[in-house]
Design a protein around this ligand. Structure first.
Ligand code: ATP
Length: 247
């Protein structure tokens, strides 16, 4: 469980994120939508302790994040792969750093296979496409068996069809390994496919404008439901107003 209480993050005198309050259960994915520059990455950085100075509190299972030894899986925009390690080594990097003893070879192989990385195992990051690198970063996060999962536009480098496949694959793996997850995206459709809750942030400094309980979460093929279109229209209308008018 991630509890975010009155979180405000500043860069010097500039406020990037303002008074965020969220409670993300162990079996929940919060999809975060917000305009460019509103502080979505800043939120991921604060939750992953890349940014350590902030106002308010972040608790993981009721312990301040700074004092917890929680395993955090992150898929960041720059993928965070080490260029001198191959795909297999990069995928196992998180667990080997955190807890070599617990590295589960069978599970690692399963995730690598599920993410279609078997044939790429001995390749190096400089010979991979953006989408392939995203899959390696995703594999690394799952292999870590994290207690919380933070994803910053993890599928942005993929074409539409591969992106849909990856969303489905991600959800399949996640459903079998549920963990509190924050998933940042620019895509309304992706938020509906992935988020149990959809959080809409304001323009900078990012504040929470709305949290939507997503009735389509967990459906096998949400895009085929007529409610999918209605919900995306509703969100689109809300965003159009919410992001253009200062509230
Ligand atoms: N290290 C930094 N120093 C000063 N300002 C920063 C720093 N990092 C980010 N910012 C500013 O903080 C604001 C929020 O940035 P952030 O990257 O969190 O936004 P974002 O919502 O993720 O944007 P995008 O959707 O474009 O990726 C922006 O105005 C950005 O310019």
């Amino acid at each position: 469980m991630i509890k975010i209480e009155s979180l405000t993050v500043k860069y010097g005198s500039f406020t990037a994120l303002s008074n965020i309050n969220l409670e993300i259960g162990d079996d929940e994915i919060y999809a975060v939508l917000g305009p460019s520059g509103c502080g979505k990455t800043t939120l991921i950085y604060a939750l992953s302790m890349i940014i350590k100075e902030f106002e308010g509190r972040v608790l993981i299972n009721d312990k301040p994040i700074k004092n917890s030894d929680v395993r955090i899986g992150t898929v960041l925009q720059n993928y965070g792969l080490l260029p001198w390690k191959n795909v297999y080594e990069n995928a196992l990097l998180g667990i080997e750093i955190k807890d070599k003893e617990k590295a589960d070879k069978l599970y690692s192989e399963y995730i690598i296979k599920e993410l279609g990385l078997e044939d790429l195992k001995y390749k190096y990051p400089n010979s991979l496409s953006g989408g392939q690198m995203q899959r390696v970063a995703l594999a690394r996060s799952f292999i870590l068996k994290p207690q919380i999962l933070l994803m910053d536009e993890p599928f942005s480098a993929l074409d539409a069809i591969t992106r849909e496949k990856m969303q489905e694959l991600f959800l399949n793996i996640w459903m079998n390994n549920k963990v509190s997850t924050v998933f940042v995206t620019h895509s309304i459709e992706e938020a509906i496919c992935i988020g149990k809750k959809i959080v809409i942030l304001s323009k900078s400094p990012g504040r929470i404008l709305k949290i939507i309980n997503n009735p389509l979460f967990g459906l096998k093929e949400p895009r085929l439901s007529s409610d999918f279109y209605n919900l995306s229209l509703e969100i689109r209308k809300f965003i159009k107003e919410g992001w253009s008018i200062e509230k």
